[in-house]
Design a protein around this ligand. Structure first.
Ligand code: FES
Length: 161
């Protein structure tokens, strides 16, 4: 078939159909990931395996889509997710000291979770509270103006929960 023989409407229709199908599958996957993560707190391998079979999709595609989104996790998360802001304002006002203190106290590094699932420690870019630097978030809460005393209180509250 040469270019003159192409039926533009038909071609666009076919491409549109393929894109719709692709978007639909992606939508189903993302919704499934959200539900799985709600139930398990992360995306367990065996559950993703079952999902791949159920949707007749290659497992690699499942992981490829899930890993594109930062919101999905492939290992269990801590009860408290502590994110230390390492944006410029926080960096200048001691974010590294906060991070190091938490790493030393809980024996984990950035991106890791304690074996007892008490805490997951992460770093994050500016969270929009630069006036309160240095800042960390604990689950949905913001902790600002982190002094040594505040840091000790934070550590104790994480251990006590
Ligand atoms: S740099 Fe940390 S809140 Fe903006």
């Amino acid at each position: 078939m040469n270019v003159e023989e192409l039926n533009v409407d038909e071609t666009i229709g076919r491409v549109g159909k393929i894109l719709c199908e692709h978007d639909r599958k992606k939508g189903i996957l993302i919704h499934s990931f959200q539900k799985i993560q709600e139930d398990f707190g992360y995306l367990p391998d065996d559950v993703l395996n079952k999902l791949a079979k159920k949707l007749s999709l290659p497992l690699a595609e499942i992981y490829s889509v899930a890993s594109f989104y930062k919101q999905f996790h492939f290992s269990p998360r801590g009860k408290k997710v502590v994110r230390v802001c390492t944006g410029t304002a926080c960096h200048v006002r001691g974010a590294q000291k906060v991070l190091t203190a938490l790493e030393d106290e809980f024996g984990i590094s950035d991106g890791e979770t304690t074996p007892d699932l008490t805490m997951t420690l992460e770093t994050v870019g500016c969270v929009g509270c630069c006036g309160l630097a240095p800042v960390a978030t604990v689950n949905e809460d913001v902790v600002g103006d982190i002094t040594r005393k505040k840091l000790d209180d934070l550590i104790n509250s994480i251990k006590e929960d």
